[in-house]
Ligand binder design. Sequence first.
Ligand code: AMP
Ligand code: GLY
Length: 429
Amino acid sequence: MRVLIVGGGGREHALAWKIRQSPLVEVLFAAPGNPGIARDATCVQIGVDAQRDLVAFARRERVDLAVVGPEAPLVAGLADRLAEGGLTVFGPGARAAAIEGSKVFAKDLMRRHHIPTAQFSTFDDPDRARRYCRELGAPLVVKADGLAAGKGAIVCRTLGEAEAAIAECMERRGFGAAGARVVVEELMIGDEVSFFVLSNGHDAIALAAAQDHKTIFDGDRGPNTGGMGACSPVGVFDEPLEKRVMETIVRPTLAALASEGAPYRGVLYVGLMLTTGGPKVVEFNCRFGDPECQVLLTRAPGDLVPWLLAAAQGATWPPAISWPHNASVCVNLASGGYPGAYTIGLPIRGVDAAQARPGVRVFHSGTADREGRLVTAGGRVLGVTAVAETLEGAIAAAYAAVGDISFDGMHYRTDIGRRAAQPREGRGP
Ligand code: AMP
Ligand code: GLY
């Protein structure tokens, strides 16, 4: 088979690494890829937004399966364009990807189909939004409707913060057109879990759960980032809970999309809050998480490609394989200053040494090749990922490998996976 991966971050590196291992795959392309992906795939310099060029390339190269990593091209209809070009695509069309592309669409869908989520209302008028905030009372969450690079949800502890968030979104347009409409919703309390399922348009199967660490500093402090690290599995998300989420959230949501003419083919990322009132949806994403993908795929058993193909073709799933009792941890190494402004082009040392450790993979998120030297090229630079038999073992292995790597200004959280590794009492639904 000839496979094309669209994207060039840590998630796509993990996909390339896993897909490369499939005996079905003869040729693997990535557009645009990155220096890490270049070890597993042939990188072609086509950006994820260049829809026409991507379709032309995939047709010319007789690609059998296109796997789209990031949300922006999916929401913009890349899967539709590829399908119109006769290609088999893993990733939903624009109508189904709206489940991530428009929070108003996602929340209205959940309301229409009685899917558990935070109480909410949607607004295109800032005064009405403010009035609703006063009715609901703080704390609450204000969310820009459209894609905002993971920064569009503002948790407001006071009504003053809510007023400021509404002004920022709707009046100052801090998130551009994405903030023309907002969702205002109640703040949910509980453990947050990212749960991943594959859907072939009419049937869903569970992959696994992971926990992201969104804030920049240890102890969940500081501003939100794209994700500073992840771990999988998540102890609180046990089999009965997974079953309950499949029955009360995943299947009704996918059936709702299909009944509204937008069958979902690809991976659905179900962002959950495990509240005392049961699991509720925080958000849906139309793709693998980053860095959740890195921990899922390093844990995943067997060949991923037949599963991606079945989802893409709307075909029957291959025979089930059970997930091993292992654990994976990914620690993201970030540029100094991230998630604010940062410098790029700084030399990176030690990746090969880190990668020589057993069970360790270093996925590239924001790197570039400058005359044969690896340099920083983004806010999140590398995802140091380790698999072991236990979560504690994976944490230790990942941090030992982090110790091999350095670049000026490098920073990272030192507590990835620790909360999940701690025994807990009286938590969860
Ligand atoms: P979102 O962009 O919707 O994924 O939100 C980003 C983050 O904000 C989530 O991962 C949660 O940590 C937090 N968040 C969003 N909505 C809520 C909510 N209703 N209650 C509590 N936390 C929330
Ligand atoms: N790690 C969060 C996300 O991919 O949206």
